[in-house]
Design a protein around this ligand. Structure first.
Ligand code: MN
Length: 704
């Protein structure tokens, strides 16, 4: 690795002097931040960011990208913050460093092919700026070049990740030289034995090959000169990993794979490409079906060249690529070659515009091409992401539409998980279920066996799956619970005539169904529970007493409230009744029954309507906890709230809500709690305990 000063001098070949000065500042900043850190090789850490920047400088990337490359590890490995980088080197550089750091935090754990593909998409989707990916690839390339110093088994893990994730990304972006080098290095560390055998065989074959290459090369040069075409002719060496891949995929022997000679011919313009092609085809016979015109129809990553295969003079096929200087640059550097800036301060917007133009030009070239649909698909996913990719706790990747929440995620994992979810941990932090998910997050759903979908979820879920499951659940549960309540209400109404449901005869049910047009007995009961039908009217009909209950309606035994009625019975928010309080039931059409305190002022008017009021009483024992409001006045001193909260917890109650409003004189504070209690006795115990706190002046139950 050359000295920093030498590199800066090299870079100044394409950068402005003031840019180089700024890069020197970034270098010294990074060096100071990494001071005292060393690589596995024993080198000072700064050698790594410098090497990464140099890889990008070879691609002639802009100064912002090089600055970010020099700083790419400071956020992860040192105390330097994004804000600090932004202040010193500008927001675009800070965004780039932040982008690279985010990618670093993702760990690739699975070896399934489909998962690898998702992972590649996720990386591309997360990197809103292509330069983030370029920096990441350069980072990976340098790490691979220095992998010797890394101990096993980390070495193998890094090599596999490179082969499955980063090399394909480099290929997709058309970064040919990086792609080939990443593959060869991965191959060497992942399959050391195969690599040794192949490279030995390749070395042995090389002597003979070199002779063939130089003879054929001379023949081609002579021919082109004769035809008056100016061209560079290069023999191409095969890469180890591509030999290995060909052997595996095409089931060929080493000798067979190697029995091909590669040449590359570079000319000044497109017409010359076709002239070279003509010249070659008259020198050696072309093998039919092997000619490809990637100049007229470029590859999806922008690659252009003419490919042809010839019958060589020694019986071996010759593979020839013909291209212009410009095409060669794109073939080697791919997408990066579109990032050669004249100006050093191109803003992100301008760059996005450039990317867009580049994509647009590719699209135009693509039109008519066979795989353009697939190309568009990739484009959509990779560069205009409308998906988010997140991890399950087991490291599997799920893709969800942008805007999806934790509840959508839960239903995507499994319907049961969705139906029972109560909370979510995102990157180990407890978050509300409505939280929108972002790329790369690790999402863990917390479930409870008794939990049920909440109707409020419908306000924020965005996937069809979550929506339909929540709707379905609510509908079936609500109708079941309403039918159960309806049955009890009907029994009560029948009780007024000293009858019960068991006494009703089949023909009477059938007649009722026919008359009302209801589908089933269950529907009638659910309608009663929901307040859509009056229990007294249904009771009259079933007992064939005629339609009108009239004024003579006598009360049956009260309906017993157990607190376990689910959605069919709600407890009024105004008076918050608890077991022990005298209560009254009010039927609201379509909503079911609401339980109020007997003396609740809110219902004073409604209770005059006998059709709506139901006689109810508490079951001797209820299992549920009920919300109740209390108002507490205490000395306005530090720590009072904590004392009160501790006493409440001691008394086995939960605080559902608390609001503190200090009174005018600052001496007293009024707190309003909503507590969860089992009944009046429980509430009395809590209030007694609270009164024993010296700072507490007054405590009352709060009613609207
Ligand atoms: Mn790094």
């Amino acid at each position: 690795m050359p000295e920093a000063a030498t590199l800066f001098k090299e870079w100044s070949g394409y950068l402005k002097p003031e840019d180089v000065t700024r890069l020197e500042t970034a270098y010294h900043f990074s060096e100071a931040a990494h001071n005292g850190q060393f690589r596995d090789s024993g080198d000072p850490y700064i050698s790594h960011p410098l090497a990464v920047a140099n890889i990008l400088a070879q691609l002639h990337l802009d100064p912002q990208a090089l600055t970010a490359a020099l700083l790419h590890d400071v956020m992860e490995d040192t105390a330097v913050t994004k804000a600090e980088i932004s202040k010193k080197f500008g927001k675009p550089v800070a965004e780039l460093v932040d982008g690279v750091s985010k990618l670093d935090r993702i760990e690739f754990e699975t070896h399934e092919e489909a998962q690898a593909e998702n992972f590649r998409k996720m990386l591309l989707a997360m990197a809103r700026d292509v330069r983030v990916i370029l920096i990441k690839l350069a980072d990976r390339l340098h790490n691979m070049r220095t992998l010797d110093a890394v101990p096993e088994p980390k070495r193998k893990r890094v090599a596999r990740e490179t082969l499955e994730i980063y090399a394909p990304i480099a290929n997709r972006l058309g970064l040919n030289s990086i792609y080939l080098e990443l593959e060869d290095l991965s191959f060497r560390y992942l399959y050391p034995a195969r690599n040794r055998v192949l490279s030995k065989a390749l070395k042995a074959a090389r002597g003979n090959r070199r002779e063939v290459v130089s003879k054929v090369g001379e023949a081609i040069k002579k021919r082109l000169k004769h035809d008056g075409i100016d061209a560079e002719v290069h023999g191409r060496e095969k890469h180890l990993h591509s030999i290995y891949r060909k052997m595996r995929e095409k089931r060929l022997s080493f000798a067979k794979v190697l029995d091909v000679f590669g040449f590359r011919i570079i000319v000044k313009d497109v017409p010359s490409c076709y002239l070279v092609l003509g010249a070659l085809h008259s020198l050696y016979k072309p093998i039919p079906g092997k000619f490809k015109d990637y100049i007229a129809i470029p590859k999806t990553n922008g690659y252009q060249s003419l490919h042809t295969t010839l019958f060589g003079p020694f019986g071996s096929p010759l593979e020839v690529q013909i291209r212009t200087q410009e095409m060669h640059k794109i073939a080697e550097a791919g997408v990066a070659s579109h990032w050669l800036y004249k100006s050093s301060d191109a803003s992100l917007n301008e760059m996005q515009k450039k990317t867009h133009q580049w994509l647009q030009s590719l699209l135009e070239i693509q039109s008519g091409g066979g795989d353009s649909v697939e190309f568009l698909e990739h484009l959509k996913v990779d560069l205009f992401p409308d998906q988010v990719y997140v991890f399950t706790p087991k490291g599997k990747i799920l893709s969800l539409p942008r805007g999806a929440t934790a509840v959508d995620f839960a239903y995507a994992v499994h319907t049961d998980i969705g139906n029972r979810c109560v909370a979510v941990k995102i990157n180990e932090e407890l978050m509300p279920l409505r939280t929108e998910l972002r790329n790369g997050e690790r999402v863990e759903i917390i479930t409870a066996s008794h939990a049920k979908p909440n109707p409020l979820w419908l306000n924020y879920v965005i996937t069809a799956k979550a929506r339909s499951h929540i709707r379905h659940f609510l509908k079936t549960v609500q109708s079941r619970e309403s039918a159960q309540l309806g049955e009890r209400l009907l029994n009560q109404a029948l009780g007024a005539f000293k009858a019960s449901i068991g006494d009703v005869k089949e023909p009477d049910w059938d007649k009722l169904l026919k008359d009302t047009g209801a589908k089933s007995r269950q529907d009638i009961l659910a309608d009663i529970g929901l307040g859509k039908r009056l229990s007294a009217v249904v009771a009259h009909r079933l007992l064939s007493l005629g339609d009108a209950p009239g004024e003579e309606r006598k009360a049956g035994a009260p309906v017993v409230i157990r607190g376990s009625e689910g959605m069919a019975v709600q407890f009024a928010q105004c008076c918050k009744p608890i077991p022990g309080d005298p209560i009254i039931g009010l039927i609201n059409k379509g909503q079911g029954m609401v339980i109020h305190a007997h003396d609740c002022p809110v219902i004073a008017k409604t209770r005059a309507d006998p059709g709506k009021v139901i006689d109810v009483e508490w079951a001797p024992e209820t299992k549920k906890l009920f919300n109740v409001g209390i108002r507490l006045v205490a000395m306005n001193q530090r720590g009072v709230l904590a004392k009160v909260a501790a006493k409440i917890a001691e008394a086995n109650s939960n605080i559902d809500n608390v609001a503190v409003d200090p009174e005018h004189d600052d001496q007293y504070a009024t707190m309003r709690f909503t507590l969860q209690v089992s009944n009046r006795l429980h509430l009395a115990q809590i209030m007694r305990a609270l009164r024993r706190i010296p700072e507490v002046i007054r405590i009352t139950r709060a009613r609207s």
